[in-house]
Write a protein that binds this ligand. Sequence first.
Ligand SMILES: C[S@@+](CC[C@H](N)C(=O)[O-])C[C@H]1O[C@@H](n2cnc3c(N)ncnc32)[C@H](O)[C@@H]1O
Length: 295
Amino acid sequence: MTRYGETRKSLREENLAPKKQLGQNFLVNRATAEAVARCGPITESDIIIEVGVGLGALTQPIANRASQVIGLEVDSGIVRFHQEKEDLPANVTLIHQDILKADFEELYKLSKGPLKIMANLPYSISNPFLFTLIANQEKMDWATIMLQKEVADRLTAEPGTKQYGIPTVLLKSCATVKSLLTLKPAEFHPRPKIDSIVVFIDFSATEAIGSRIYDRLLFQKIVRAAFSQRRKTLLNTLTGGGFFKEIANGDKKKEKELTRDCIKKSGLSPGTRAETLDLDAFIDLTQTFTQTITA
Ligand SMILES: C[S@@+](CC[C@H](N)C(=O)[O-])C[C@H]1O[C@@H](n2cnc3c(N)ncnc32)[C@H](O)[C@@H]1O
């Protein structure tokens, strides 16, 4: 029996059936788990944060290549299982933790520096997880994440496509993204309905951060407002964002005028839609909005 076969048998004995609501689709092929681990540029001195340890399929090959692994797992049954079986490598510290509630400052300290994250997470939390990484971009080194193909395609989408959206633009402002490996449903137990892709997100890539200086928080708000209703014009979505509410003293017409002026000063048409704008256009908007707000 393979290691995974044995683990599945033990899980059955422990009454730990895979939980759909926690996206528990476990990797079942040792060679595939090793290939996924190789997608992270792990060196032997690295302390890696692994999110969603599950049965430890990825933990093993990561631990073989790193100095230490800090494994986070939200399922208390799985944590107890590993504690009782003592089946994880000696350089793995397992923590019962929901990644969406994790203190990144604490993780930064634990891993002694910018975070290097490996994750095969439920697809239902991929967007909030990506937004958490973006919000903590200054603490990040890189992240290698397995995602549903559709979600991965959104991260590398070009302007003008329907995949292009908030995660694409926000990630582009702070990281480079590469799709590295496609995995078929047969690689998992139980089998998901869709293909998965391993993406490498490099937050240390200086070309992503660029040399332009702008208010990062305002930029994020503008991107979110612009995409809030994809079919509406930039003028309508950005006016709806309420960026000039205070300086217009609640005068809706004035708010719209100020928004229109800013869009035009940025060299854009008020009738355009968010999905046609590249990163530079969003930064231009952020800078003109800042000038108007602080004038
Ligand atoms: C797709 S499985 C992957 C398991 C294992 N890494 C593998 O590749 O076989 C996802 C794992 O993430 C855990 N998980 C789900 N939500 C989580 C969260 N918010 N924080 C931490 N772990 C989570 C699940 O319990 C499950 O073990």
